[in-house]
Design a protein around this ligand. Sequence first.
Ligand SMILES: [Fe+2]
Length: 238
Amino acid sequence: MIDFHCHLLPGLDDGPETMDESLAMALALQNAGFKTIYCTPHAMKGYYDADNKAVLSAISDLRTRLKDENINLEILPGREYYLDEFLGSYLKQPLPLGKTKYIMIEIPNYVLSSRFIKEAFFRIKCGGFIPMIAHPERCRLFAVPKKKTISLSWLSSAKNKTSGSKTKEHSLINYLKEIGCAFQGNIGSFEGLYGAEVQKTAEYLKETKVITHYGTDAHSLQAITRLNMEPMNLELKT
Ligand SMILES: [Fe+2]
């Protein structure tokens, strides 16, 4: 199983503070069946300012300790970039997920302008990378409307014509899919870890095949041990 989103590196963000905590998390991830972990510390100006060099150095240190402790886990570098006005400067020297072209981006809930999101992600694509949206089910812009039952109109194709000859504007999620973005769901979202609304959106995004990757988004040992991986086994193995 692959964990595409995990705060496993010590001392870089709001994840583990010490190497011992990281090792305990790594052991729990191994015991849960994971083989590969993408370590994605936050990159958020003024809050989490560790640079790429610090991330790569932490990866190297953790690999050494994992070997010493006989924990058989492949760990790969990455970042969880925050979508704000500083993203552009961070992406002058992007750190994708391992050797992939994926750049993980978290969309804050206060970003209500879909135009801003479209432009930011389109620029990343033009730069030769693939935006991977971190836990879209937690983003209010993607929330399934409260009274709505499963309906494809939420994801309706933008190619539908209106009564005139004008083309209807693409829904945000369709636009992001069409330009080739990836969508990473949090395992805990499917268990209601973030509330009923997020759970409902997560299930819907899974059923409609929007979710392309999965991750724990774990920040601590406790966060890993309380997760039930079993229902997600199939998806995590792909
Ligand atoms: Fe995260």
